[in-house]
Design a binder for this molecule. Sequence first.
Ligand SMILES: [Zn+2]
Ligand SMILES: [Zn+2]
Ligand SMILES: [Zn+2]
Ligand SMILES: [Zn+2]
Length: 491
Amino acid sequence: MWLTAVKPKRMMIQTYQRDSNRKHPLLGLQHIVECVSVGPTEKRYYLCTLCKLTLATHMVIKHVLSFDHIYCYFKAWHPSTLLSKECYKDWDKALASMILDFAKQTEEILGTADIKQVNLEPAKFNSVNFTCYSEALKELESITKEKKESSLITSIKPGKKLERHTVSAAPLAFLYKLYCQDCNMIFKTTAQYFKHVSQGKHKEMLEKIFAKAERPDRCDQPVRTPSLGLYKYLKESFYQNQPAVVGVPLVVTCVSTQVHVEPIYICFACQNCFCEPILKQHFNSPKHLIRTLLYQNPWRLPFAWESLDLKVLKSEAWEEEKERGPNQMMLKVLDMPYWMFWSLIPSYPKVMASLELHHTFLKREVPRCETYSKLKENERFPLLGQQFLVIHDMVKQHQCPGVGFVCLLCKRRLSDEECHAHVFSREHVATFLMLVLCVCSTILLHSLHHSAAPPPHDTQHPAPSTQELDRLSNSGFTSSSAPYRQDEEKH
Ligand SMILES: [Zn+2]
Ligand SMILES: [Zn+2]
Ligand SMILES: [Zn+2]
Ligand SMILES: [Zn+2]
């Protein structure tokens, strides 16, 4: 944990303090007393007057970096910065980064301190009982008094409460709230949400929404707090200053507080259903990113792209979500009775069918899909020849069954990375427009043929096959292709 970077066991704390590669701040060194036996064999022992402990040489660096010592330090010097110790039971990366942040701040305010040193004759050194803190301190204090040196105890002037500094462009506060889809209520913390679901009002609402005549009354059943993996994941990414998770407003977490079950997530952008173990995989997939942009504002996608930069797309998606404002940043939770939850088969069409009567609650507050809308000054985003893309089942050697993608227009297989963005790639758009030109010239030739026979033989632009023509006329591309429509009008 905190100590992973601590190097050799026998390194002196002073050497460690001066180490330019040192990654961890050393806090509260003014509370460390070093007793040295000056003689042919040098011996040392340490006291931490903050934690009221004695420490052998090999333990001192470890102690100064320990959570217990750091916690004592903040409690003394910056009271009310940290919550009660029990709140930090689970040491994780988020907590480590918070402590590091506070440590840097306190170093800026108080500067780094040096440890105190007491030199003792070997006989004196041996007479001190270092196994007992109070005895050792008493003994040492009397020695320093004799020598008229200052006290070994550092007096503490409690300073201000430290606030979390956040790095660069990251949002200033954790924005996500929890939303009860059943009751249309917002909660700031999971604790508040869990309290809400255990209350009568929420249970009554559940009864009302999912009324089922033959079901026995289960209102008195104890409430199981659902695991909200997505919420945890959002917090983790936020406190570790990782790139934002996008498309959260388009996902609904389905739970049942009557039983102990893992939630099922429904992503309206991907039209997908998934469970907890593949949560991160889903949110990190190029498909989710592209489908989220297509859903919220396709004009942020690069039309006719030649090389696709997913990092740029991710920041575009995050920009879009920030522009939409914090009101949309909600983790949507739909609670349902156990009988309903257990009937759900995690496949998008099946879940949507099972919850058919409850779509009002399921889709509550989910933003509307903008894939085919006119946004601001923009026309509809052209998704030309989308119907030439074919998804097929596929079993790769020694792998689980999956799906493959083929573009019938570009006449090739698509890789998993490109398939979701292929429809607005330069290659596909160009191929599509070429085909449109062919069709137009054929129609033109055809009309010429009727007015003045015989038609000129065109080897450069052979007419497309009927199959392709049929597909074109069935495709509805005219409705999604604004540029083409304008061309058509000119003819
Ligand atoms: Zn200590
Ligand atoms: Zn509720
Ligand atoms: Zn998704
Ligand atoms: Zn294509």
